[in-house]
Design a binder for this molecule. Structure first.
Ligand SMILES: CC(C)(COP(=O)(O)OP(=O)(O)OC[C@H]1O[C@@H](n2cnc3c(N)ncnc32)[C@H](O)[C@@H]1OP(=O)(O)O)[C@@H](O)C(=O)NCCC(=O)NCCS
Length: 143
């Protein structure tokens, strides 16, 4: 397994499909709702298996030159709980450092708060409800 930055149309197709499957489909959200307006400006990371199939996805953008933000983290259902998300996080943290950022912020779903804590993120505040049911927590980490 390795982390790549999707580059070909096929890789981007897999990337957005997995984002949809992990973060939108379980809440009956329409296809297309997985896309964000600023996706073209973001850095995308995809964990692929030895056959090149997508196993996890995540993205990074800079809110300011100093502050990176992680969004849209999802690991394929049959591969969750295997600490694979760590690899995507550390890849994008390295990319943020390369760009000169000194901290990362993110909005964690309640089920993912422990995952981010294990990776060095602290809860800053309880933030918003998504789809009327998914509580989010703002978290941050110094790089
Ligand atoms: C959150 C997520 C990215 C973490 O990646 P991961 O590689 O699964 O991370 P971990 O291996 O550290 O496991 C995360 C949690 O899943 C639990 N878990 C274990 N086996 C599992 C399984 N078969 N299925 C689902 N979760 C499992 C782990 O116990 C762990 O719980 P904890 O954090 O309360 O200790 C991933 O689980 C995921 O994609 N979840 C669905 C989408 C999502 O919520 N994304 C985060 C948006 S902020």
């Amino acid at each position: 397994m390795k982390v790549i930055e999707p580059a070909t149309p096929e890789q981007f197709k897999q990337y957005y499909q997995l984002r949809y499957d992990t973060l939108r489909k379980p809440w009956d959200q329409p296809e297309g709702s997985e896309r964000a307006e600023d996706d073209e400006q973001a850095i995308h990371a995809m964990l692929v298996d030895d056959e090149g199939e997508a196993v996890g996805v995540c993205r990074l953008h800079l809110n300011t030159p100093q502050e990176g933000q992680i969004r849209f983290m999802g690991v394929r259902g049959d591969k969750q709980g295997l600490r694979l998300g760590d690899r995507l996080l550390s890849y994008l943290e390295d990319r943020a450092r390369q760009l000169g950022a000194t901290s990362i912020t993110l909005q964690a779903r309640e089920n993912a708060v422990n995952f981010y804590r294990r990776n060095g993120y602290d809860v800053i505040e309880k933030s918003y409800l998504l789809f009327g049911s998914i509580q989010h927590y703002k978290m941050a980490k110094q790089l």
